[in-house]
Design a protein around this ligand. Structure first.
Ligand code: HEM
Length: 150
């Protein structure tokens, strides 16, 4: 179960990152070009949101099962880089990113004019991408994972 979820979570990172990057580029280019918000744009932004929410659910499963997540001795957890990263830092940064995606999507949905919809996606999805990349690069930098795979 743990290994399966870990592989799924590890692989889903590419789906989330790819969709996020395509959604951001699309939103920025259509905002600059003052182009309409199409059904295709709506679907792309929705699939990006769904992929992030699936990643959240799988992440929560891993959070419950991983031996790198522990609350038994928070003093030691906060002093140990990999325990601190997986127990505190990863979840915090990723949840912030997923909240940003959710807010951006909801604002785009509520907005009436196309430019406001594109703008909301461009701003909130970019901020989310920054948090996700920062969290991944932090783990890569500390040697817990490699960027392109386990
Ligand atoms: C877009 C959001 C997320 C991305 C891109 C992401 C990405 C990753 C990556 C690349 C790994 C390393 C996997 C590996 O070792 O092969 C990982 C591990 C992990 N993630 Fe996430 N994650 C996200 C959200 C979350 C959330 C929201 C949670 C918790 C609720 C979470 C919990 C975990 C845990 C506990 C591990 C460590 C598993 C272990 O090695 O025992 N992740 N994540």
């Amino acid at each position: 179960m743990y290994t399966g979820l870990k592989h799924l979570h590890s692989g889903l990172r590419y789906v989330v990152l790819l969709l996020l990057i395509i959604a951001i580029i699309t939103a920025i280019s259509r905002l600059i070009g003052k182009q309409p918000y199409t059904e295709g744009n709506r679907k792309l932004n929705l699939f990006t949101l769904i992929s992030a929410h699936i990643q959240l659910l799988v992440g929560l499963g891993l959070y419950a099962l991983s031996s790198l997540v522990t609350f038994s001795d928070m003093g030691t957890v906060m002093k140990t880089a990999n325990l601190r990263y997986w127990t505190v830092e990863h979840i915090t940064m990723m949840v912030i990113a997923i909240v940003l995606i959710t807010v951006g999507h909801s604002k785009a949905k509520k907005a009436v004019v196309a430019t406001a919809k594109h703008k909301s996606i461009a701003i909130f999805y970019t901020l989310a991408l920054v948090f996700i990349l920062a969290a991944i690069l932090m783990a890569v930098n500390k040697g817990f994972i490699t960027f392109w795979g386990v």
